[in-house]
Design a protein around this ligand. Structure first.
Ligand code: FPP
Length: 256
């Protein structure tokens, strides 16, 4: 059954990337996504905000498959920020149930696709049902060598940097590290992304042009692509449009 589904999807998807997309050329290795606009999508339909998040979950499935199909190696999806706890209790509870819900229906197919799941963020404050679902998925997919799908959950860019500095400071105090050893590479090793390359492309939906505390260190040289499309309306076609535009960019990393 699963093999049948995977074959069906891959048949459909093989034909859906636009002609202009250069499959042999610059496919971004790592794409990070700020999935924004779920609430507005729901409001426009007189639906509760959580209906937008549920619709957004469907987009996650489509976009992950689209990325896998063209050979993206890492996808990082901003699913819940350290600031999102300020939302109404019902909405937070709903968002905390989504990883379980997503994984209960999608994990088998993701395993079939050789996808590895990771969680990036602070585990401390998460409800046990959320954390357990993610840890189980991490464990079950640990050996997978295909696309790595990172969920940034209870993630904050500043929080990540503070935690890294705190560990570094403790190690300096304990005499394990010399302050002179501090450099960019060393700091990178203390972030959630220590074994993940920096994103090549950042996509943000819904017309907002800001980073909202997402991957502040890692996005230093990332190409950014913004669209007015709300996340639940975002499709594989939009995703491929972002990739095509990325392929047309010249990355100079500060050089000429
Ligand atoms: C921002 O839109 C979106 C979020 C805070 C949640 C994103 C979560 C999903 C798309 C589902 C995640 C799925 C899995 C599998 C974990 P918003 O609510 O801020 O939208 P608004 O700006 O229009 O109010």
């Amino acid at each position: 059954m699963l093999e049948h589904l995977a074959r069906k999807w891959s048949r459909k998807e093989k034909n859906s990337a636009p002609e202009e997309l250069d499959r042999s050329g610059k496919i971004p290795k790592h794409v990070a996504v700020i999935m924004d606009g779920n609430g507005r999508w729901a409001n426009m339909r007189n639906l509760p905000r959580v209906a937008g998040h549920r619709a957004g979950m469907k987009t996650v499935k489509d976009v992950v498959k689209a990325a896998d199909e063209i050979g993206v190696r890492y996808m990082t999806m901003y699913a819940f920020s350290t600031e999102n706890w300020k939302r109404p209790r019902d909405e937070v509870d709903f968002l905390m149930k989504l990883p379980q819900e997503f994984l209960s229906t999608e994990l088998d197919e993701l395993i079939e696709r050789n996808v590895r799941i990771r969680m990036l963020g602070s585990k401390d404050e998460l409800p046990s049902h959320t954390l357990n679902a993610l840890l189980t998925a991490e464990e079950k997919t640990r050996e997978n060598s295909g696309l790595q799908l990172n969920f940034a959950l209870n993630y904050g860019g500043r929080d990540e940097i503070v935690k890294a500095f705190s560990t570094l400071a403790q190690q300096v105090k304990a005499g394990v590290l010399d302050p002179q050893d501090l450099d960019e590479e060393l700091i990178s090793r203390y972030l959630y992304t220590s074994d993940i390359p920096d994103p090549d492309l950042l996509i943000r939906t819904s017309g907002e042009i800001r980073l909202s505390n997402f991957m502040l260190w890692q996005l230093a040289y990332t190409e950014m692509w913004f669209t007015d499309v709300l996340w639940p309306d975002f499709s594989r076609e939009h995703f491929y449009q972002a990739i095509v535009e990325y392929q047309g960019r010249a990355r100079r990393y500060g050089a000429v």
